[in-house]
Design a protein around this ligand. Structure first.
Ligand SMILES: Cc1cc2nc3c(=O)[nH]c(=O)nc-3n(C[C@H](O)[C@H](O)[C@H](O)COP(=O)(O)OP(=O)(O)OC[C@H]3O[C@@H](n4cnc5c(N)ncnc54)[C@H](O)[C@@H]3O)c2cc1C
Length: 451
């Protein structure tokens, strides 16, 4: 049996693949470019504060549980998980917010108070979303992604109309209130298209959101990375950091090794958890599958401007996850997907993990993570970042009715240029989140298939 596998990258996809392959008896080595493993889910520590650099929303706990159970383990063997209540809060204006509870009955009550009659409709909407979740998450995502026919099943055939209909019009048929509509539309924003361009079938994201709830792993999302590293190591996977793959070497149409600054590493099989575009660029030109114009025409998930802020006191009137939808939703979406420019009045998402987990902040202080979704590949400069930092702080002060600026101890930012240099990201798209575990592992399968 071809035994030696090299995996490029140490993000969630590479780590999960490494575990399955090691369990199947392969000798697995991960080569990671950065000093810290975890890819887009790395961690930043500064002055006693701990920040998740990328993901902060833990959804679909069943998927994580299934992953660990495949190795005879439980999530609780590795980290403590807490269900958040409220799951999140959404601001629509000054002192005007809606909190989403940790269970559907309370969420229905919230809807009913705002729009009489909507509780029943939400239940009906969620029944459909639940059925789609069962099809999508429990079945389709675990297929290898080799053929379009994998997603054509008896169940999906019955749902054909939901691939023609879109989320926006579907939500509009159930709910009239604009704020409630936005709450139901927002989960698909990160998938790489506007709600009016996203098939209604994707309402399974609403099931993940409102039915399964929002969770927090103690220590932050990086606790999941650490858990996966522990499991991989227990299974015998070797992880080598600061080892960027510079070249994939091929002989007679077979991958034989990869080149890093430390030298060549031979392999029988190569997998890449790095971005597809970048991985292809590591191959000789004649062996690439896609041209530059192919990549150029592709639509990608949004990029982001992020801020990691240390405050000298606890911030009031915000929840662990707080969304600021106090400006026009469709205008911002248009700048991401149509005009591809910096938004004039951005919507943004904020996370204050210290509201739940005091282990990530020093005593009496608060950490804040801010994310503004953006079109990929926008111009990125310190001046632009500073401008948006000021816009966001002004808006937070006004909307949550408090002085925030004098309490900032420090802030760091992360944007397009960092995504490119840290992850070799194409056009700096940060990656859509429901693909967390089931993003297809881009195997250089034309050269060698695992068998
Ligand atoms: C800002 C942001 C917020 C997000 N929020 C959420 C959220 O709240 N919830 C959620 O579920 N998901 C969220 N996501 C998505 C989630 O983080 C990603 O889907 C996931 O981390 C991607 O994992 P991956 O393994 O596919 O890729 P990556 O994590 O990007 O892993 C790829 C790895 O390959 C390495 N690499 C690249 N080139 C080379 C090379 N030549 N040699 C060696 N190594 C290389 C990179 O350094 C990286 O470690 C967010 C993402 C971002 C960026």
């Amino acid at each position: 049996m071809s035994n030696k596998i090299v995996i490029i990258g140490s993000g969630f996809s590479a780590l999960s693949a490494s575990c399955y392959l090691a369990k199947a008896g392969y000798q697995v080595t991960i080569l990671e470019k950065n000093k810290q493993s975890g890819g887009r889910a790395r961690q930043l520590k500064r002055d006693g504060f701990t920040f998740d650099i990328g993901p902060t929303f833990y959804w679909m706990p069943d998927v994580f549980e299934k992953f660990f159970s495949d190795f005879g383990k439980k999530v609780s063997d590795y980290y403590v998980l807490e269900k958040l209540n409220p799951a999140y809060e959404v601001y629509f204006g000054v002192n005007d917010s809606i909190s989403i509870a940790d269970n559907l009955e309370d969420i229905k009550d919230t809807f009913e108070k705002i729009e009489p009659g909507s509780a029943k409709k939400l239940q009906k909407f969620m029944d459909g979303a639940g059925s789609n979740y069962d099809i999508a998450i429990k079945d389709l995502v675990y297929k290898p992604g080799k053929s379009i026919f994998e997603i054509i099943t008896i169940q999906t055939a019955f749902k054909l109309n939901q691939f023609i209909d879109n989320i926006k019009s579907q939500v509009a048929r159930y709910i009239k209130n604009d704020k409630l509509r936005k709450i139901l539309e927002f989960p698909v924003l990160f998938l790489g298209a506007k709600p009016e361009k996203t098939p209604a079938f994707y309402n399974f994201m609403n099931y993940a959101d409102l039915q399964l709830g929002t969770w927090h792993p103690h220590g932050g999302m990086y606790a999941v990375v650490e858990a996966m590293i522990d499991l991989a190591t227990e299974l015998g996977v070797k992880i080598i950091t600061e080892s960027p793959v510079l070249k994939i070497n091929i002989e007679k149409d077979q991958v034989i090794s990869v080149t890093t600054p430390q030298g060549d590493t031979a392999c029988d099989i190569l997998l890449s958890g790095a971005d597809y575009h970048h991985t292809e660029r590591l191959l000789p030109k004649s062996s690439r599958q896609y041209s530059d114009s192919y990549w150029n025409k592709k639509t990608f998930a949004p990029s982001a401007l992020l801020f990691y802020i240390g405050f000298d006191k606890e911030i009031k009137n915000v929840s662990h996850h707080t969304l600021f939808f106090d400006t026009d939703f469709s205008n911002h979406a248009r700048t991401i997907y149509d005009t591809k420019e910096w938004p004039e009045k951005p919507l943004f998402y904020s996370s204050f993990p210290g509201k739940t987990d005091r282990s990530v902040v020093p005593e009496g202080k608060e950490s804040g993570i801010i994310l503004i979704p953006l079109a990929p590949d926008l111009e990125d400069s310190q001046q632009i970042r500073d401008k948006y930092f000021n816009i966001i702080i002004d808006r937070m002060e006004k909307t949550t009715d408090q002085k925030i600026r004098p309490h900032i101890l420090f802030h760091e930012s992360y944007c397009v240029n960092d995504f490119k240099s840290d992850y070799n990201s194409y056009k700096a798209m940060p990656m859509d989140w429901p693909t967390l575990f089931f993003r297809r592992i881009y195997c250089v399968q034309d050269y060698k298939a695992i068998n």
